[in-house]
Design a protein around this ligand. Structure first.
Ligand SMILES: Cc1cc2nc3c(=O)[nH]c(=O)nc-3n(C[C@H](O)[C@H](O)[C@H](O)COP(=O)(O)OP(=O)(O)OC[C@H]3O[C@@H](n4cnc5c(N)ncnc54)[C@H](O)[C@@H]3O)c2cc1C
Length: 308
């Protein structure tokens, strides 16, 4: 485990913590109770450039790497925020930065970096094909200089809080490709336009206040210039975003780990357990060993995970 684990990325951690301090528990609790979206929080993160971490400097971002982006997400959750409201902006960026054309990068990245546009949504999962992505049934059929999209997606998050979405669709039928990962393509969909022209969204109620939807595509036409990279190579491209997503979400979970241990440590040290026991003597006393801290002052288990 590195010696300087507590000092690393201090500047980023301090910056994110200072911003998060402006949004106390009451703010996040209110958003949650109202089933709302942390609009002001996400706007502040965008304004200060934290969500543009992965955008190269030449397009107005900070040109940082995935490690730094993970630190940002970890700190948001450690402060009691929920990165799930905005982490799509980070991992989708990787797909556009790496595989988008120069024209696409110039057209979208500076506006995303400036907080004028949000690219927070990614449409991959379908009702009959979750993990088995190469079997997706949504198709994109070329018609002149446009593609017509038909099919269905499920669990597609942040559609109503995003301007753009990255969409995976099959451009060559599975039966006609030699490798099942071939024949899939990714497109940049302008959500506002699409909702008027062949795409509809039905929200999925859930217990964690996460904006997620079923999407239906009925011949949604999108211009061919919205194809990202080469037609048929979308599966490889989408992995760029998904791999980043996995790393970022792991960092968020580590942030959650710190949040929980910080809170429970405070509760115990302020006599919360004793008070709870007095109020309800027959209730079993929780095991406190999980709170063991090493010499560095960090909970062992969470620190170990972060080192990974
Ligand atoms: C809150 C929420 C938000 C989401 N947001 C998005 C989003 O924005 N965009 C998007 O595209 N998707 C999104 N998803 C979908 C998510 O990515 C999928 O749920 C995930 O890909 C798994 O698909 P599935 O639910 O159909 O599960 P399944 O594919 O049915 O898998 C269920 C379980 O079975 C296991 N399994 C599957 N196949 C095999 C096998 N062959 N052998 C052994 N084990 C197997 C899996 O590992 C898993 O544990 C979201 C989901 C949730 C719950």
């Amino acid at each position: 485990m590195p010696e300087n684990l507590h000092e690393d990325h201090t500047e980023i951690r301090d910056g994110v913590r200072a911003l998060c301090a402006q949004f106390p528990d009451e703010y996040h609790r209110k958003v949650d109770a109202e089933g709302g979206y942390p609009e002001e929080f996400v706007e502040a993160l965008s304004r200060e450039g934290w969500l543009a971490a992965l955008i190269p400097e030449e397009y107005g971002g900070s040109g940082l790497g995935l490690t730094e982006a993970s630190v940002i997400m970890e700190e948001i959750n450690r402060a009691g925020g929920n990165s799930g409201a905005c982490h799509g902006q980070m991992y989708n960026m990787n797909t556009l930065v790496r595989h988008g054309s120069e024209e696409q990068r110039r057209r979208y990245l500076p506006r995303i970096a400036a907080g004028e546009l949000r690219l927070q949504s990614m449409g991959v999962t379908e009702p009959t094909t979750g993990t088995d992505t190469t079997k997706i049934k949504t198709t994109a059929v070329k018609k002149g200089d446009r593609y017509a999209i038909s099919g269905q997606k499920v669990w597609i998050s942040r559609v109503h809080h995003s301007d753009l979405m990255i969409l995976l669709a099959r451009t060559t039928p599975l039966a006609e490709v030699s490798r099942k990962a071939d024949g899939l393509s990714i497109f940049l969909v302008d959500i506002r336009e699409a909702l008027q022209n062949g795409m509809s969204a039905r929200p999925i109620p859930n217990m964690v206040n996460h904006e997620t939807n079923e999407l239906f595509f009925d011949n949604l036409e999108i211009p061919q210039e919205n194809l990202i990279g080469e037609e048929g190579k979308g599966f490889r491209y989408i992995l760029t975003g998904l791999n980043a997503e996995r790393a970022l979400i792991a960092a968020e979970c580590i942030g959650d780990g710190y949040w929980f241990t910080d809170r429970v440590t405070k509760y115990v040290s302020e006599g919360g357990l004793r008070a709870a026991h007095r109020a309800e003597p027959r209730r079993p006393v929780p095991d406190r060993r999980g709170l063991h801290r090493d010499r560095g002052g960090e909970p062992d288990a969470v620190q170990g995970l972060r080192a990974l």
